[in-house]
Structures are given as structure tokens and as C-alpha cells.
Design a protein. Structure first.
Length: 446
């Protein structure tokens, strides 16, 4: 018998109907021994997430505005779940205690964490599993820095004592016992930490999509599903905006070689996407795993005669950006040119000052700023050492009438990034997708 850790996101515990689906899934496989839950999410698009409502309570208290009405909405949603599931975990007592703590100056992290805490109490009773709180198990230092090894040791020791347990996601405690949460979406991290602690065979992450698609379905009509993807490929794609999992959820399971399986609570028979470390056994025909991208990058293009002979030139460029606290996303360069590709939203209107400083300190022959550039990343470990991938990609863009303004390919040879006008973004993604995944397989170039 194996061990699976199953983490259920907000939409999977949004109401009693979703809880019933969760139970059916858990009971269908006795390996699903450790269940990690988020707080209830939206039931429909105009609905509110419980965590958002809890943060709102705290904001009201901080501004001396009555929070009771919002708190009542939270309590009513949990009570409705309790009633509809026909269980009694004494939630009213819990709400009394939370309310008292709120009146007595409870912190924002404490109030935000109560969504996961209450959800885990309900799920444990409903499944007949033990409830194991992460307070005292997931640890942060006094400055709020997550303590990885200590948390792993404590989780491992505690979970050994429970054959089956439900564990709240999102939070742990600081040395003084006060609650500290991860950043938003952090229940994914808890799931990953639990999977590592119990040496799970797989970390299942149940959500409301059946894994990843090769391209964004809002751009490409019915794109293919990705069945397996490596951690490295996922990192490249999520950097470009394809996100389902919290970024920090990867490293605990990655280090222990535990696959992550993204599954859909509303479509439990779908195998979803599996994220693995080693893709050598994967279907070799697969060249491209995914295509992702985002708009609104900005390029500072610098030209200086004999730049390549000037020691420290690039360092001086980067130091100026560092002084302004602006990260560089890409750095394509030529013999006497360098382009600094920046994310526009991270530049905070500082570009005119930066350009002035660069003119003064670098004395370039020319410096130009181009806005409205989109980046499109075509990712796949299968492209390494394979002829024709860039030819196919660039050919597709040429035939679609898209001008390529920048090309960047790392030496890992698993990602080709092209810069195009914002206005060409969607056309570029569709063209690349259709070239590598033609509707009629006979049209496949590679
Ligand atoms: N409930 C928290 C949030 O909304 C954490 C999570 O769902 O993972 O961010």
C-alpha cells in the first residue's frame, strides 16, 4: 500500500456539494491518507473567497468600522456546510473564540488562517480522519522566515502518529506561538511539505482545472492537454504567466523526487497533468511541452562602439538598474549592443531617470527605449539537440505576418523566447501552436 497526499484548493471545498465530491475521491483510493485543505473559495464568479472576507474583517477592525456583518457571512457559510453534511463539529464554539480573539487584537495572519483551520475541522469530521493542526508543526522564526528543516522534522514526527489525517494549509507558527501564514495561495506549499514529510508516492493537487494545457485556452481554441511536464519546463512556463501552483510549492517535493499530479475535483476521472523531475521516459516524439507568454515588457537598447572591448560595461548597466531595485528579465546582446528587457510594471515610472543616468555614466552612442513588447516562450526539453525547431517556429511567425523583435535562447536549449509587438501577441501564440500541433497531423513539420 502506498501513501498519497491530496491537497484540495478553495473551489474544491467551496460548499457541501464540493465536500461530497472530495469525500468520494478520497474514498476511491485508500492510499489518500493525508488531506490538506484550503479555505472555501468562490462558489460562482461573483462570490467571495472566505480568506478575502477574513482579511476584510481585520481591515474593518483596524479602521474602527463594524466587522460583525462580514464575520457573520463567514460563519453562515461554514454553518451551512456543517448542516448540509449532517455533521456537528461545534463550529459555533470556534466562532465564539475567533470573535473574542478579534475583539482582543488578533493579528491579520491569525484571522486569515481561520478559513483553513475551520475547513480542516469540518473535513476531518466528515471523512472520519484525525485533525492535525499545523500550529507548532510548520515553523517560522521571529522575523517570519520559514524554517524548512525544523518544520520537516516536526511534521514527520507528528504525522507518524496518524494513519489518516486532515491538515489545514496556509499557516504555521512563530516561536512565540503566534500564527504566521505563507503568501496567498500558500496551501499548495503546505501540501508539498506534508508530502515530503510522509514520503508520499505522489502529491495530488486537486483544483478546478484538469491540469495544464499546451497554451492558454483563451487564446488557442481547445488546446491539447499536457500529460507530463518536468519541473524545469514548468518553471519556464510559470515564469511566463502560466500559473496553477504556488511557486514555492515545488522545491520540497522536487528535492525528494515526488511527482505532483494536478487534478480536477469536478472531473475526477481525468488523469490531469503530472509534474516529474526526469522526463527521459516520456514519449520521445514530444518536442514542445507548452507555449506561454505575457505582454508589457519594455526594452532599453544601448549601442556603443567597441562596447565588447570595454571591461565592466554590462556590470555598470546592471548596477544602475540594481540601484533602482529593478530586476532584468532578459539580456540579449550583440557585438556592440545590449538590450535590457524589463517588465514594465516593475519599472514604477523610473525609466526617464534611469536613461538619464545611463547616458551620464555609460556614455553610449545611442540609447533607445521600446515599449509594448510581448514575450512568447516556447518550452520543451525535447527540443534539445533537435534540428528544425527554430526553423518551424520562425517560419510560423513569418507566415502569420509577425515581426520578431528579439530572440533569446538559453544554452539549456529548452526554451526559445521571442519578443513581438503587444498587438501581435495572440497571433504569435496561435501561429506557434498550430505549427507544432497542427489539427491535421499530416501537416506536422517535425
Ligand atoms: N486561503 C489562502 C488564499 O486564499 C491560501 C490558499 O488558498 O492556498 O490565499
Amino acid at each position: 500500500m502506498g501513501v498519497k497526499v491530496a491537497k484540495y484548493g478553495g473551489s474544491s471545498v467551496a460548499d457541501a456539494i464540493q465536500f461530497a465530491k472530495l469525500k468520494k475521491i478520497v474514498e476511491a483510493d485508500s492510499d489518500r491518507k493525508y488531506i490538506v485543505v484550503s479555505a472555501p473559495g468562490k462558489r460562482f464568479s461573483e462570490d467571495s473567497k472566505i480568506t478575502d472576507l477574513l482579511y476584510l474583517c481585520k481591515t474593518h477592525i483596524d479602521h474602527n468600522i463594524g466587522y460583525e456583518q462580514i464575520f457573520q457571512v463567514v460563519a453562515d457559510r461554514f454553518r451551512a456546510v456543517e448542516l448540509n453534511l449532517g455533521i456537528d463539529v461545534g463550529l459555533w464554539k470556534e466562532f465564539e473564540e475567533i470573535d473574542n480573539n478579534l475583539k482582543n487584537g488578533a493579528t491579520e495572519d491569525y484571522i486569515a488562517s481561520r478559513g483553513e483551520y475551520l475547513t480542516a475541522l469540518v473535513a476531518a469530521a466528515f471523512l472520519g480522519y484525525d485533525f492535525v493542526d499545523t500550529a507548532g508543526l510548520i515553523c517560522f522564526d521571529e522575523r517570519g522566515k520559514f524554517l524548512d528543516e525544523e518544520s520537516n522534522r516536526r511534521l514527520r514526527e507528528e504525522l507518524k502518529r496518524h494513519e489518516r489525517a486532515v491538515i489545514p494549509g496556509f499557516y504555521g507558527t512563530m516561536p512565540d506561538g503566534s500564527i504566521k501564514t505563507f503568501s496567498r495561495g500558500g496551501s499548495d506549499i503546505t501540501g508539498s511539505l506534508v508530502a515530503r514529510a510522509v514520503e508520499a508516492d505522489v502529491y495530488e493537487n486537486w483544483t478546478d482545472v484538469s491540469g495544464f494545457m499546451v497554451a492558454d485556452p483563451r487564446i488557442v481554441d481547445q488546446p491539447l492537454q499536457i500529460d507530463t511536464i518536468s519541473y524545469k519546463e514548468l518553471r519556464e512556463l510559470s515564469y511566463m504567466g502560466a500559473s496553477v501552483l504556488h511557486e514555492d510549492a515545488i522545491y520540497p517535493v522536487r528535492a525528494s523526487d515526488i511527482p505532483i499530479n494536478i487534478r480536477n475535483t469536478n472531473e475526477p476521472d481525468h488523469p490531469g497533468t503530472t509534474i516529474i523531475a526526469d522526463i527521459s521516459g516520456r514519449n520521445n516524439d514530444k518536442i514542445i511541452t507548452g507555449i506561454a507568454g505575457s505582454k508589457d515588457f519594455l526594452v532599453i537598447a544601448i549601442y556603443k562602439n567597441m562596447m565588447s572591448a570595454e571591461a565592466g560595461f554590462i556590470r555598470r548597466c546592471l548596477t544602475i538598474l540594481e540601484d533602482y531595485g529593478i530586476p532584468v528579465e532578459h539580456l540579449p546582446s550583440g557585438i556592440d549592443t545590449i538590450s535590457l528587457v524589463l517588465s514594465k510594471k516593475k519599472t514604477n515610472g523610473k525609466i526617464p531617470d534611469i536613461v538619464e543616468e545611463m547616458k551620464r555614466k555609460l556614455e553610449p552612442d545611442s540609447i533607445e527605449v521600446y515599449e509594448d513588447m510581448a514575450l512568447v516562450a516556447t518550452v520543451g526539453q525535447g527540443m534539445s539537440r533537435r534540428r528544425g525547431v527554430s526553423a518551424t517556429l520562425f517560419g510560423a511567425l513569418y507566415h502569420a505576418g509577425v515581426n520578431i523583435r528579439m530572440i533569446d535562447q538559453g544554452s539549456s536549449e529548452m526554451n526559445i523566447i521571442v519578443g513581438v509587438q503587444n498587438a501581435d501577441f495572440e497571433t504569435a501564440i496561435r501561429a506557434i501552436y498550430n505549427a507544432f500541433f497542427p489539427k491535421n497531423p499530416e501537416e506536422a513539420v517535425l
